[in-house]
Design a protein around this ligand. Structure first.
Ligand code: BYC
Length: 309
């Protein structure tokens, strides 16, 4: 393999395309990250999907249906990008179902009230955008292009979430309390979407050298905190961190520690809703088996000339 070509493309800031030579570790690492990302979109549909029948108005219901459908599209688009690295979607799903491939820990928390749906749009999608905009400049072309498209849709997701929060925060006392309670429960999971602290992140250094990641986990987490705190202030809501304070010298907010033991337990399969989310996913896959079989039989008949398409 001509690694020089790969090194040259990376050094020149050009994208690596599926037909380009690439080191096996690069291929494996990008595939790992894209598959994890695709699975996050697909599992992320579950907690929100549960609220479609309980949305508080026709307007909010229409938006939520569209958002969940967007997430399905993002997942399929990302599976397509990952397939260009040599693993098909069926195998990725098998690895998700058996716990060999991961998805974002944020989706293993329960969505207890309508305010949780709003906060997922505002903070969950907000964090995802901060994480993903730099990925639209990542060195693997199909992933970078997927990110550019996906981020455009996620900007709408973030804004609708903020708008739903604004209505609750300006509503009755009960609605304001519900909004604050959701912020209290989702702040930490949102910050954890950026991954572990840099000191405990085995993949960051190599991914930065290869241009897969453009910023470290902590840099992006800090960027999100700096963006989100003034938004919470504008809503009249409090961020649940007593150590949060503006540091004029650094030009950033200082924040308190997060519970990383909880994070690692969640990553390793012991999140509050992990079992429920995976069981639902496996059941959906089994329910769809007859469709896959019918499509394969139809394709087979077309190939054998038994049917004219
Ligand atoms: N959750 O060395 P590190 C959405 C794992 S959906 C679970 O820092 P890396 C939305 C990590 O995989 C989109 N696992 O890794 C949908 C690694 O394990 P392995 C969500 C995590 O890859 C519906 C180990 O910990 N966004 O927006 O350099 C509704 C060490 O980590 C997590 C994405 O999926 C985590 N949070 O960096 C609303 C982002 N963090 O694989 C919204 C795409 C770390 O070595 N992914 N791990 O066994 C990324 O940007 C990067 O993969 C990460 C981690 C920053 C997450």
């Amino acid at each position: 393999m001509d690694t020089n070509t790969f090194e040259t493309l990376i050094a020149e800031g050009k994208t690596i395309e599926p037909h380009d030579p690439m080191p096996e570790d690069f291929r494996r690492s990008v595939l790992r990250q894209i598959a994890q990302h695709a699975h996050s979109e697909i599992i992320g549909m579950q907690p929100e999907g549960n609220w479609i029948s309980r949305a508080p108005s026709l307007y909010r219901k229409a938006i939520l249906i569209a958002k969940v459908q967007d997430e399905a599209g993002h997942g399929l688009y990302l599976y397509g990008a990952a397939e260009s690295l040599g693993m098909d979607q069926g195998e990725m799903l098998e690895r998700l179902h058996s716990g060999q491939q991961k998805y974002s820990t944020i989706f293993n928390y329960p969505m207890l009230t309508w305010a949780d749906v709003a906060v997922m749009g505002w903070m969950g999608d907000g964090a995802a955008i901060v994480n993903q905009v730099p990925l639209s400049r990542c060195s693997y072309g199909p992933y970078a292009r997927a990110m550019a498209r996906i981020c455009k849709e996620e900007s709408f997701h973030q804004r609708q979430g903020y708008d739903a929060m604004r209505v609750l925060a300006n509503g009755t006392e009960e609605q304001r309390n519900m909004a604050q309670d959701a912020v209290n429960r989702w702040w930490q999971p949102s910050l954890m979407l950026f991954g572990p602290p840099d000191t405990d992140s085995p993949n960051t250094a190599r991914s930065m050298a290869w241009g897969i990641k453009r910023h470290t986990n902590d840099e992006l987490r800090q960027r999100f905190i700096d963006l989100c705190v003034p938004q919470a202030e504008a809503l009249g809501l409090t961020i649940p961190d007593e150590e949060l304070i503006w540091d004029a010298e650094r030009g950033h907010y200082n924040s308190g520690p997060l519970d990383w033991d909880e994070f690692w337990a969640n990553v390793n399969g012991a999140g509050p809703c992990t079992r429920e989310r995976l069981a639902r996913r496996v059941a959906a896959h089994e329910d769809g088996r007859w469709v896959r079989e019918a499509a394969a039989a139809y394709e087979h008949q077309i190939e054998n000339g038994a049917l004219v398409s």
